[in-house]
Design a protein around this ligand. Structure first.
Ligand code: NDP
Ligand code: GDP
Length: 328
């Protein structure tokens, strides 16, 4: 039985990755940071019905001694570093914390692995936000980076450290440059989930409008479930490497809203209010990924369309609001 260790196991991707690995017969361990609300931080794992099958270890990405001890005790075959301060907008509010957790702490993981599990395979959650002010119309592994937020800068540091530890110490360290991916388990602060939750609330008569910022921004949106499969595939390769994971299709926030509203028979234009406060200090206007390397080498391709995903998210939010099921 293979053993996996996931940081960020309580997050969106941590939940879907845990589900995938459990289905494949893995023993799954997850790093959980202590909270005063310990009964709710496994909400996403509970939503998927797998909370009691994931072995939780207390810890924090900032605490290297804890990471060293945990990796020594767990002895994982595969390590997925998904933990991060992952919300771009908050990264201007908390640039130091974001740099520490999303950037510097990647080295905590790499050092702990180098010391305790040099033969383990390591996955780093890199991001299309590293492309930021895009230098090519379609972004691949060869496209130069130009991050536009403290989050993007921190991710770029973690990305290059992963590459460097692979080249310097021969670690089996791979970096997945994942474009935006969503699901019913997406945090409510991200635009897709904010919209699907808002649409469900409007449909149920709980509110009338959704306030948004730049709805002309374009994203290459995929489904977290498809992207978790790509992470696992990277870890099954003999040779560690970096891969872009994307759908190859980009959509405006405005068009994504239209899909969500249309699903419940409403018009987006009747309910969206543009709020200048929600514009960002620097914007990533458009992202569009080229995942042909992943397709050729990993045999990966996305299965769930943006439209199907948004409809699934609206349905899940309707169910949550109607039944008060889960908090995720
Ligand atoms: P989430 O925000 O849903 O999850 C982040 C996870 O990190 C949570 O489990 C959170 O724990 C944990 N975490 C935060 N800070 C710490 C810390 N100091 N120590 C330990 N754990 C911590 O993100 P996603 O699941 O969406 O994304 C997973 C990873 O992929 C992230 O690194 C993200 O930046 C990256 N990524 C995501 C993309 C996307 O579109 N979703 C695109 C590209 C990259 P808690 O539950 O306690 O808050
Ligand atoms: P990001 O790509 O990681 O920053 O993911 P988000 O879902 O947070 O944002 C995607 C895009 O939607 C960005 O270009 C935002 O500026 C834009 N956007 C417009 N209005 C909003 C809003 O109210 N909330 C969020 N989160 N994003 C918004």
């Amino acid at each position: 039985m293979k053993r996996a260790f996931i940081t960020g196991v309580t997050g969106q991707d941590g939940a879907y990755l845990s589900q995938l690995l459990l289905d494949k017969g893995y023993e799954v361990w997850g790093l959980v940071r202590r909270s005063s609300m310990a009964d709710v931080n496994d909400g996403r794992l509970r939503w998927l019905g797998i909370a009691d099958r994931v072995k939780m270890v207390d810890g924090n990405l900032l605490d290297i001694s804890g990471l060293i001890r945990t990796i020594r005790e767990v002895k994982p075959d595969e390590i997925y570093n998904l933990a991060a301060q992952s919300f771009v907008r908050s990264s201007w509010q908390q640039p130091i914390l974001t740099s520490n957790v999303t950037g510097l702490a990647v080295v905590n993981m790499l050092e702990a692995i180098r010391l305790e599990a040099p033969r383990a395979r390591f996955y780093q959650a890199s991001s299309s936000e590293m492309y930021g002010l895009v230098q090519e119309p379609v972004q691949s592994e060869k496209t130069p980076f130009y991050p536009r937020s403290p989050y993007g800068v921190a991710k770029l540091f973690g990305h290059w450290m992963t590459v460097n530890y692979r080249e310097s110490f021969g670690l089996h360290a791979s970096s997945g440059i994942l474009f935006n991916h969503e699901s019913p388990l997406r945090g409510i602060e991200f635009v897709t989930r904010k919209v699907t939750h808002g649409v469900a609330s409007i449909k149920l008569g709980l509110t009338k409008e959704i306030r948004l910022g730049n709805i002309d921004a374009q994203r290459d949106w995929g489904h977290s479930k498809d992207y978790a499969r790509a992470m696992w595939l990277m870890m099954q390769q003999e040779k560690p490497d970096d891969y872009v994971i994307a759908t190859g299709r980009t959509t405006t926030v405005r068009a994504m809203c239209e899909v969500a509203f249309a699903h419940v028979g409403l018009k987006a234009a009747d309910h969206i209010v543009i709020d200048p406060e929600l514009f960002r200090p620097a914007e990533v206007d458009i992202l569009l990924g080229d995942a042909s390397k992943a397709r050729a080498t990993l045999g990966w391709e996305p299965k769930i369309s943006m439209e199907a995903m948004i409809r699934e998210m609206v349905d899940a939010d309707m169910e949550r609001l109607a039944t008060k099921r889960g908090r995720a």
